[in-house]
Write a protein that binds this ligand. Structure first.
Ligand code: PLP
Length: 360
């Protein structure tokens, strides 16, 4: 059996060592020493000035919307994980979808201005599969119309545009450290901003709005994370370069093997490198996709239709909107197995089967 993804796990002894420390200190959560250490080490690793370790990527999105006091309409992409849209609705705002660019699969920045109204407060865009959005164009539009920008960088750990971390763009960026992501702390998330005042506000929001021994400054929530999660994050950070390298190697292997596959790869941002978070292919037709997926399922090679269906049509709490490019792409996109333990021999085997089914 080959799953589409498999979480990276270090040796159990390594985690055990951290547990011994936790048992000694008896400090389990609430911004403990391991959580602080993880924030410091991640800032160093990602070359960031400010960063907060939070419960998960979804709460990070919700706290970002809260921290920026967003109201009314938020422009977003229908081609993402459901949390991108649901957090907008959860915070009492209205998602306004803009179709994606058919090459990059990110929100089409050229279509944003057309949907801006006096009720628009922000743009919430996803760096899909870790491929950076057109951040410069989005920044220009945001400035022109005085809008806030949040980036869902759940897939974008370690991604840079030229030499700058992708997380430095927008008013706030978030990342997910969920077990299925490239780099994980079992459950977890990150919030990044370049604005120290905003960071302080988010730090209060993360801790119930408590700003001192007996004072409150904001409406807050419990967005903290525990020492047990931080420990996993600290250990995995030691291996993350190796993990990314292996994923890049396997990606290259797939691409070499699949030159005759009737499918295309997303067009990557010209000043950025694929971090190997996912391995999406856009197939020639949905028919070919279903044929390949069904046969692979039978062989117990599991793939995933990530993201299908379009968020503009799938959610029972929203009216459906037609997004022709997203509707088309989401029917034809398939993510192939990619994880640290996967071997080159397995990749070769998967590719042979795919080509055989296609040519049958
Ligand atoms: C995983 C994911 C999230 C949610 O992150 P969690 O840590 O699982 O809450 C949000 N957006 C995107 C694009 C994701 O892939």
């Amino acid at each position: 059996m080959i799953p589409v993804t498999k979480p990276f796990l270090p040796l159990q002894e390594e985690y055990q060592n951290y547990l011994t420390g936790i048992w000694k200190r008896q400090w389990l959560t609430n911004m403990g020493p391991l959580a602080s250490q993880l924030e410091m080490e991640l800032k160093k690793y990602l070359s960031l000035k400010h960063l907060l370790f939070v419960t998960n990527g979804t709460i990070a999105l919700q706290m970002a919307i809260k921290a920026l006091d967003l109201k009314g309409e938020i422009i977003t992409t229908p081609f993402s994980f459901v949390a991108t849209t649901s957090s907008i609705v959860w915070e009492g705002c209205k998602p306004i979808f803009v179709d994606i660019d058919e090459k990059s699969l990110n929100i089409d920045a050229d279509k944003i201005e057309a949907v801006i109204t006096e009720n628009t407060s922000a743009i919430l865009a996803t760096h899909v599969y870790g491929n950076p959005c057109d951040v410069e164009k989005i920044e220009k539009i945001a400035k022109k119309y005085n809008l806030k920008v949040i980036y869902d960088g759940a897939h974008a750990f370690g991604v840079k545009v030229k030499d700058k971390s992708i997380f430095e763009y927008g008013d706030i960026s978030i990342c997910s450290l969920h077990a299925t992501k490239l780099y994980h702390s079992i459950e977890g998330g990150l919030m990044i901003t370049n604005n120290p005042e905003l960071l302080k506000k988010i730090a209060f929001i993360r801790n119930f709005g408590i700003s001192g021994y007996d004072t409150f400054s904001e409406l807050g929530i419990n967005g903290k994370n525990s020492e047990f999660h931080a420990a996993m994050g600290l250990i995995n950070l030691k291996y993350v370069d190796e993990i990314i390298l292996k994923r890049k190697l396997l990606t290259k292997r797939y691409e070499e093997n699949l030159v005759n596959f009737k499918a295309s790869r997303p067009l990557w941002h010209k000043y950025s490198e694929n971090n190997g978070a996912y391995l999406p292919f856009v197939l020639e037709s949905e028919e070919l996709l279903l044929k390949i997926k069904t046969e692979l399922d039978k062989t117990e090679i599991f793939t995933r239709r990530y993201f299908y269906p379009s968020l503009a049509t799938a959610l029972p709490y929203l009216n459906s909107t037609d997004m022709p490019i997203t509707d088309d792409i989401s029917k034809k996109v398939l993510c192939l197995p990619l994880f640290y333990d996967l071997t080159e021999e397995e990749v070769d085997w998967i590719c042979r089967i795919i080509l055989r089914i296609q040519n049958n």
